[in-house]
Design a protein around this ligand. Structure first.
Ligand SMILES: *Cc1c(COP(=O)(O)O)cnc(C)c1O
Length: 243
């Protein structure tokens, strides 16, 4: 796990720098550490370095890791206050037969792109856990990507999510196609910001989240108003397989 605290610090510094460039307060952007393909030991190393929010893409891997981390946490951080508990975000594609473990184990879901999935997540959310925080995933790159709701369908889907009793609509998420330079990276993020601002009037103060930006494009995302950046390889290192 060597290097995780140093890389985490470097990513935090880059977020602060991008916020300064964007004239936004540094607290306006939260870091989601994407731990997919890495073990509980990597998560615990990041927790020791102060990180509290983690993102997972695969249901079974995520649930196993949530359990393993919870079991190991008291020994790693015996004095961690209960308010500082970890938050787990599901950020992968959702199959309708896998919604239950997501509803039962995660705090957030960023990848709701169909009403049917939202209905299942709400039905399966144990009320004692409180509402599941949801972002609607937007297909902002059009033809190039298969994931996410078409921009024209996002308002109706967001309204459907907002009506479900055990979900809390928080905002929008996107994974634009990779682009080489800053201007090309900014264009889809700017379109996301426009969509987000159009919808914000309908949904009140809970609608506060624009989840966009990864290791390679988080500066562009922050310049265009991201409130959560999802960063994996820049913290944990290169993954063995790609997703
Ligand atoms: C893997 C992944 C990330 C993190 O990607 P990196 O390039 O490793 O920072 C962010 N968001 C989603 C949805 C992912 O699947």
């Amino acid at each position: 796990m060597s290097g995780i605290p140093e890389r985490l610090q470097a990513v935090e510094n880059a977020i602060v720098a991008a916020c300064a460039e964007a004239r936004r307060p540094p607290a306006a952007v939260r870091l989601l550490a994407v731990s997919k393909t890495f073990g509980a030991d990597a998560v615990l190393a990041a927790v020791e370095a102060g990180q509290r929010a983690f993102g997972e893409n695969y249901v079974q891997e995520g649930v196993d890791k949530i359990r393993a981390v919870a079991d190991a946490l008291p020994a790693v951080l015996p004095n961690m206050s209960p308010d500082a508990r970890l938050a787990w975000h599901f950020i992968g594609p959702i199959q309708s037969n896998k919604t239950r473990p997501i509803a039962e184990h995660f705090d957030w879901v960023h990848t709701v792109e169909r009403e049917k999935i939202a209905v299942r997540l709400s039905e399966q959310r144990p009320p004692a856990l409180g509402p599941l925080n949801v972002c609607v995933q937007v297909n902002i790159s059009g033809e190039a990507s298969k994931s996410g709701a078409a921009p024209a369908d996002v308002a109706a889907l967001a309204e459907a999510v907002a009506r479900l009793p055990n979900l809390r609509l928080r905002g929008l998420m996107a994974i634009p196609e990779p682009a080489a330079d800053l201007a090309a990276q900014r264009a889809p993020f700017a379109a996301m910001r426009t969509l987000f601002e159009q919808l914000r009037a309908n949904f009140g103060p809970d609608f506060d989240t624009l989840s966009m930006g990864m290791s390679a494009d988080m500066r562009a995302a922050i310049l265009e108003g991201a409130t959560i950046v999802r960063v994996g390889s820049a913290i944990f290192g290169a993954r063995d397989y790609n997703n």
